[in-house]
Design a binder for this molecule. Sequence first.
Ligand code: ARG
Length: 399
Amino acid sequence: MSKEKVVLAYSGGLDTSVAIKWLQDKYNMDVIAVVLNLGQPENLLLIQRKALEVGAIDSLIVDANKEFINDFVAPALEANALYEKKYPISTALSRPLIAKHLVEVAKAHGASAVAHGCTGKGNDQVRLETAIMALNPDIKIIAPQREWVMSREEEIEYAKSHNIEVPVTKADPYSVDENFWGRSIEAGMLEDPWVEPPPDVFKWTTNPVDAPDTPEYIELVFEQGKPVILNDQSLSLLELVPELNRLAGKHGIGRVDMVENRLVGIKSREIYECPAATVLIAAHREIETLTLTRDVLHYKYDVEEAYAREVYFGKWYSPLRLALQAFIASTQHHVSGTARFKLYKGHCRVVGRKSPASLYDYNLATYDRSDEFSHESAKGFIELWGLPGKVWAKKQGWQ
Ligand code: ARG
């Protein structure tokens, strides 16, 4: 009788390599390894091969680049999504997509289970499993790292005794996750929130002191909330984001250092490198300030926070995320225009913005002779605006 199959989200690292063997040992299952291409720089072919060497019966690379950029990153950019005002939710955005492909591969290969290498302390286990539950409630979910009771040393012993290659160099002390939208770094000495991140933490961004001494100007054109042109060059989002990661990264832009509230109740110290996300969110906001009315803009701030929290908390496939997304989409029809930025030694500063749909009216804003603003209306407006406060203040005995 053929064995049951399990589809494992495979990274090529020690944990998921050990997981391949462990799933065979403990569950007597055949393992199909899957790695998604989400724009991370690793050599995916090597990762694919490694899974087979360790003992997977099949090993797949899923090219999810375009889907990730268009269906996850673009909507998050329209939302200016930043968790706790700082983190562009790059890892959080990738998990529901990984889950979707695990479920699809399981279906295509007749697997009864899916597995992932997340620990019991993080957000990623929650994001993957809530997404899997939404997409296929019947599939079994196995989380080897949460189940096996092995210390780090025991895990290395287990790997050695099963002929799994253990990195000989002193293992990277950090836990890193990367995709187009950002790179996250945690653990190691970063676990002390007082310790300044050492230089080896950063891979995408130049140390601002070593960044070019001449500022660089860039122009970004948005159409209906989406960036379409960078410096006169029409680019797809899939081309534009990596190019901007390179350009802004060179100027040391996009480093984030924060203490973050995880869904599972703990605070953790996180470092991110997100050059493209930093510039694009700033540029998108600039076009919004010109093209959205004050009330929509202010209301959208609240929606943006709720949106980022919802995605961070593993609720991509939820009615609330979809409803918030629908609101956001309805605000983007006129978010078209150009933002001009100056990149210089870790800073990205807006220097200009313009839009054919601009609500900025020179004749209303100016103090010169072409002023068309109705000064005389201001008097009556203020009287009514201040009226409730005046009545209330009198009751307080202020007058
Ligand atoms: N703290 C970030 C988040 O929750 C990054 C997680 C990184 N994940 C990882 N497996 N290293 O989204």
